[in-house]
Design a protein around this ligand. Structure first.
Ligand code: DI6
Ligand code: FE
Length: 397
């Protein structure tokens, strides 16, 4: 297949959009075979079907590299109660917060969890997403963590989308282990990781390193098991306070350190040295009305690749729009539209170790977005508008 009359943003390196004004893209099977100026298309690529894109913008298909799209119920009632003046304590006493999502996820069937997750996945696909990372972490017991991961795997058979799973047993301490965090790590989290890995359900291992969750020593115990199993790690780090998670992630050569609002310049340096991606989550920053912005300028200075994701979850980021995440990253974090686009394509791919996508280059997977816009900055500029014209997934329109 040959795509012609395309305005291509190749993102072939990190220094610009890599724009080709009168461009063409040749696709063979599920791979990009050639990209360049329309005038230069080799004759061998002119034999198949041609699609005239009417001068529209083409970018790599989008990647949401940090989500919790599999969960039971939602927390809208709690949101409403809070805005009507209920205190955090009252909500907790009424069974609200993360514990309520754990209870709803434990109670839900696989079919129900999948049906609910697909409503969110469909919203992402409608904006051109082709790869989603999905975390466990609302089960916090072996049965439910495995159930969440099985559901995450089923998404890819139910929809034309790729899934990477992350085991997030170290997300919160479940009610039955309150005050016994170390016992939870040793008796539930680590054995569950091993069981999930044995079932082929885990692509990476994640944790929530925070005063209200797990400390660096507890996360390190989980990461040591990940290393033994040959699994890459990533970490929720420095979201609400500085607790050393970024440095720990760098020490383990993590794929990514996520949130990182409270990371320091020295942390940025450590990430750069380790080749770890900083994943920024403006939806959570917005929802929690945070005021501490991530150290964008330090990441730039040290050459830390920055990715962007929805962090779609029922508590701190009930967001299913990567385009809105791009706008929020520009307005709230002062990222540039180019950084935002790299953040949901090439750098998001790096945050997942998915190196065959995120840029329009020969041999990459043929996953593309065709947009009804004339310049890529429009993707981050507009608010609540979806200009997707077509999504091409594995070479198919
Ligand atoms: N970071 C967060 O903000 C949450 N989880 C995490 O790792 C909140 C999850 C929830 O409230 O359900
Ligand atoms: Fe998260």
């Amino acid at each position: 297949m040959l795509l012609t009359n395309a305005h291509v943003a190749t993102l072939q390196d990190d220094h610009g959009y890599g724009l080709i004004a009168d461009g063409a893209i040749a696709i063979e099977g599920a791979r990009i075979a050639w990209v360049g100026r329309a005038d230069d298309v080799p004759d061998s690529y002119r034999t198949g079907p041609e699609h005239d894109l009417g001068g529209r913008l083409v970018t790599p298909a989008l990647i949401d590299c940090h989500t919790h799209v599999v969960f039971g119920g939602n927390r809208a009632a709690e949101f409403e109660r809070r805005l009507n003046g209920a205190s955090y304590e009252e909500i907790a006493r009424a069974g609200g917060g993360i514990v309520s999502t754990v209870a709803a996820t434990r109670a839900a069937s696989e079919n129900q969890l999948l049906a609910d997750a697909l409503t969110r996945v469909d919203a992402l696909i409608a904006e051109g997403v082709k790869l989603i990372e999905v975390k466990s972490g609302y089960g916090l017991d072996q049965e439910t963590e495995l159930k969440m991961l099985r559901v995450a795997r089923q998404i890819t058979t139910a929809r034309p989308i790729d899934i990477r799973t992350s085991f997030l047993g170290a997300h919160a301490v479940p009610p039955e282990f309150i005050g016994r965090t170390d016992a939870y790590v040793d008796e539930i989290c680590i054995p569950t990781l091993c069981a999930a890995h044995a079932e082929g359900l885990v692509d990476a291992v994640d944790g929530f390193c925070e005063g209200i969750a797990f400390d660096t020593a507890q996360i390190a115990r989980v990461f040591d098991v990940a290393v033994e199993l040959g699994l890459p790690v990533k970490l929720h780090a420095e979201q609400l306070s500085h607790s050393g998670g970024t440095r720990l992630a760098a020490k383990y050569g993590a794929l990514s350190a996520d949130h990182v609002e409270y990371a320091t310049d020295a942390d940025a340096q450590a990430l750069a040295k380790a080749g770890t991606v900083a994943v920024l989550l403006p939806g959570a920053f917005y929802t929690l009305r945070e005021t501490q912005s991530p150290p964008i300028q330090s990441f730039r200075n040290h050459g830390v690749p920055m990715a962007l994701a929805t962090d779609c979850n029922p508590g701190s980021s009930p967001l299913t729009s990567l385009l809105l995440s791009m706008n929020m990253a520009c307005t709230l974090f002062r990222m540039t539209p180019l950084e935002a686009l790299l953040g949901v394509t090439a750098h998001a791919a790096a945050a997942l170790g998915a190196l065959d996508c995120g840029r329009i280059v020969p041999r990459a997977s043929a996953d593309l977005c065709v947009w009804d816009v004339s310049h890529p900055a429009e993707l981050a500029y507009r608010i609540g508008f979806n200009p997707l014209h077509h999504r091409i997934y594995k070479g198919s329109l």
